[in-house]
Design a protein around this ligand. Sequence first.
Ligand code: HEC
Ligand code: HEC
Ligand code: HEC
Ligand code: HEC
Ligand code: HEC
Length: 142
Amino acid sequence: MHPEHPVQPIAFTHTVHLAKRMQCTTCHVGVSQGPDAQIPNVTFCMGCHMVIDTNNPEIKKIAAYQARGEDIPWVRVYNYSPSAHVRFNHAPHIRAGVACSTCHGDMTKQTTAERKVNLNMGFCVECHKQKRVSVDCDTCHF
Ligand code: HEC
Ligand code: HEC
Ligand code: HEC
Ligand code: HEC
Ligand code: HEC
C-alpha cells in the first residue's frame, strides 16, 4: 500500500480552489457519469493558470510540464491493487446521494488529497447492508 499522503509533483491545494467556490465536478468531470472520477490534465490547469498566479513557482512548474508536452505525474492516493479484483463505480453512489466526504474525508481541509478513509471491504459492505444494496461478491469483484 502507498503512503497516506504521498508527495506530489506540484503543491496543488484543494483548500484554495474549493475556497474559490469551485465544484468537485469542475475538475473530476467523470464522477457522476461512470466508474472513474478522473484527474484533470495539464492543459485544463493552464486554462486558468495561463493568467492566474503566473509568478508562483508552482505555476511555473505546471507551465513547464505543458511546454514539454508532458502531463503532471500525480501519484494516486486511492486505488486497489489489481489482485484485489475490485469493481467500483462512482456514478451510482453520486446518484444515490452518497457524499464525496463519506469516502474521501473533508477536502476543504486537504492540500493534495490524503487517504483519510480506509476503503476496505468491511466499510463497503456495512453501508450496502444498511441501504439494502447488493452484497453479492460479484457486485464488487470480478
Ligand atoms: C477555474 C480556474 C482554475 C483552474 C482550472 C485551476 N486553478 Fe489553480 N488556482 C486558481 C485560483 C483562482 C487560485 C488562487 C490564486 C491566488 O490566490 O492568487 C489558484 C491557485 C493555485 C496554486 C497556488 C496555491 C497556493 O498555495 O497559493 C496552485 C499550485 C494551483 N492553483 C495549481 C492548479 C493545478 C495543478 C490545476 C489543475 C489541476 C489548477 N490549479 C486548476 C484557479 C484555477
Ligand atoms: C462510496 C465511496 C466513494 C464516494 C462516495 C466517492 N468516491 Fe471517489 N473513489 C472511491 C474509490 C473506492 C476510489 C478508488 C477506485 C479504484 O481504485 O478503482 C475512488 C477514487 C477517486 C478519484 C481518483 C481518480 C479516479 O478516476 O478514480 C477521485 C478524483 C475521486 N475518487 C473523487 C471523488 C469525488 C469528487 C466524489 C464525489 C463527487 C467521490 N470521489 C465520491 C470511493 C468513493
Ligand atoms: C481545481 C481542480 C480540483 C477541484 C475543484 C477538486 N479536485 Fe480533487 N484533485 C485534483 C487534482 C489535481 C488531484 C491530484 C492531486 C492530489 O492527489 O491531490 C486531485 C485528487 C483528488 C483525490 C485523490 C485521487 C487519487 O486517488 O489519487 C480525491 C479523492 C479528490 N481529488 C476529491 C475531490 C473532491 C471530493 C473535490 C470536491 C470537494 C475535489 N477533489 C475538488 C483537482 C481538483
Ligand atoms: C455510504 C454508503 C455506501 C458505501 C460506503 C459504499 N456504497 Fe456502493 N452503493 C451504495 C448505494 C446507495 C448504491 C446505489 C444502489 C442503486 O443504484 O440502487 C451503491 C452501488 C454500488 C455499486 C453498483 C451496484 C449495481 O448493481 O449497479 C457498486 C459496484 C458498489 N456500490 C461498490 C462499492 C464499493 C466497492 C464500495 C467500497 C469502496 C462501496 N460500494 C461503498 C452505497 C454505498
Ligand atoms: C460492497 C463491496 C464488496 C462486496 C459485496 C464484497 N467485497 Fe470483497 N472486497 C471489497 C473491497 C473494496 C476489497 C479491497 C480491500 C482492500 O484492498 O483494502 C475487497 C477485498 C476482498 C478480498 C481480498 C482480501 C481482503 O480482505 O482484502 C477477498 C478475498 C474478498 N474481498 C472476497 C469477497 C467475497 C468472497 C465476497 C462475497 C461473499 C466479497 N468479497 C464481497 C469489496 C467488496
